[in-house]
Ligand binder design. Structure first.
Ligand code: ADQ
Length: 437
């Protein structure tokens, strides 16, 4: 998300306001401003209590799991809910004084759903848009959130709200109609409830295609590609790159790979799987558990199948630059992107963008990633099924060059055309044109 926003802001200028990522003892409300590469950021520190309740608590232990359909992991605590409201109010308080009368305001993601309402309560009349980078859950799941109406109503204070796909949009509209009793105009996407009114549409996000494809020309990308290719020698590389998050389906992916090696034991000598997964949100318990589970599964696969001269799974717990990732994607003949649920998933698009047009690799993609809506020519799988993942790997390995090229050409067209710039333009055009009710 941060990468996409940086690209959008570089082109449009403006001010990026948010949390600095720093934790302090007591809230001060002090805002620090700095400009890098033409993008000005104004950031605020959060107190330890705010980080615990707002960020690690309500945002990442309640909303994130619930919105990714993981009711089993969602925690509902009154105190963290209050922390979420308090911090949104603090953000509104700090940013309100920076807002000029004709500014357009664009709020991003589940951490900030009530920010628009908090700004309106301070008399801000500017156009305000909101984009949700993650899924909107089905109504039956969303109603398990205590005070769900309150949160959903705050969405209606925005002039335009954007979702990644039609499916998440439909879930939101279904909720507004059936639970809030809002009126919905299907043609314009306008949702009206009392004196609140908004326009809701789908705006699938893309990558910064121009910038990313140019990375392929750099020495850094070439070296990374060489490094991977020489280390795998004659074996074919299959790659996964994800934040270490339970929504990304990593243990399920390893189960699929174990099934593949069980079904085709001779392939242990031909195929090496590289999983790059830098840890994230390490203060949240469910993230510590998923890390331990992955380490155990990778260890089991390797323990059962390694030889003195070969290890089938390489599990790397760190981040790399985008140029290096480009090189790794290019060197890998299969890209394995199998989230259990994902708003969009930009790794799928980056994998396609890094392929050699004359000898492209195969993308295996979860049908539950938002990206599957657009990238229908990937090999689509059910990430919960080890057999499905195993079959998809076999299909990818056997795919003739003509078919790989035909699929790649369709995929790359979408990745190139629906890039981050067109996403920004589409959203901001609608926000600029929307007449405030
Ligand atoms: P994320 O859940 O973070 O984003 P994703 O869309 O895949 O997921 O974006 C990840 C980004 O981080 C990619 O640009 C990728 O290259 C980078 N990245 C991942 N692993 C990395 C590593 N090891 N080293 C360096 N970089 C790495 C949220 C939503 C998604 C939605 C995006 C954008 O969850 O569904 O696609 O926002 O809207």
């Amino acid at each position: 998300m941060a990468g996409a926003l940086n690209a959008a802001l570089k082109e449009r200028r403006g001010l990026w306001f948010g949390w600095s990522g720093e934790e302090i003892d007591e809230h001060t409300g002090k805002v620090s401003t700095q400009t890098t590469d033409g993008v000005t950021t104004a950031t605020m520190d959060l107190s330890k209590r705010d980080v615990d309740e707002y960020y690690n608590g309500y945002a990442n232990a309640t909303l994130w799991p619930l919105f990714h359909f993981r009711l089993d992991l969602a925690k509902y605590e009154r105190e963290t809910g209050k922390g979420y409201e308090r911090v949104n109010d603090r953000f509104a308080e700090c940013v309100a004084s920076e807002i000029e009368p004709d500014d357009i305001i664009w709020v991003h993601d589940y951490h900030l759903i009530p920010l628009g309402e908090r700004l309106r309560s301070r008399g801000i009349k500017n156009r305000i848009g909101f984009f949700l980078h993650i899924p909107w859950p089905a109504t039956r799941l969303f109603v398990s959130l205590p005070h769900h109406e309150r949160l959903a109503r705050t969405m209606l204070d925005y002039d335009v709200i954007g979702f990644q796909t039609e499916e998440w949009l439909e879930s939101f509209v279904h909720y507004c109609r059936n639970e809030l009793g809002a009126e919905v105009d299907e043609d314009s996407g306008r949702i009206t409830l009392g004196d609140r009114s908004t326009v809701a549409r789908a705006y699938p996000i893309g990558i910064d295609w121009e910038h990313f494809s140019q990375l392929g020309e750099t020495g850094e990308a070439r070296q990374a590609q060489q490094r991977l290719m020489s280390s795998t020698r004659r074996r074919l590389a299959m790659i996964g790159v994800d934040r270490l998050d339970y929504s990304k389906g990593l243990p399920e992916r390893l189960d699929g790979i174990a099934r593949f090696y069980d079904q085709y034991p001779e392939k242990v000598r031909d195929l090496v799987f590289i999983q790059v997964a830098p840890p994230s949100r390490e203060d949240v318990e469910s993230y510590q558990k998923i890390r331990a589970e992955l380490e155990q599964k990778a260890g089991q696969i390797n323990g059962a199948r390694s030889e003195v001269d070969l290890v089938p799974v390489r599990y790397v717990n760190r981040g790399y630059s985008h140029a290096e990732l480009f090189g790794f994607f290019r060197a890998s003949k299969i890209g394995l992107v199998t989230p259990l649920r994902d708003g969009m998933n930009l790794v799928a698009k980056e994998y396609v963008a890094a392929q050699d047009p004359d000898d492209p690799g195969v993308l295996i993609l979860s049908r539950f990633a938002g990206a599957a809506d657009q990238l229908e020519d990937a090999v689509l799988v059910n990430p919960h099924s080890p057999d499905d993942i195993s079959d998809a790997i076999a299909t990818a390995l056997a795919m003739p060059l003509d078919e790989r090229k035909a699929r790649y050409e369709k995929l790359i067209r979408t990745v190139r055309e629906d890039d981050v710039q067109s996403w920004t333009n589409n959203f901001l055009t609608d926000l600029g044109e929307t007449v405030r009710n």
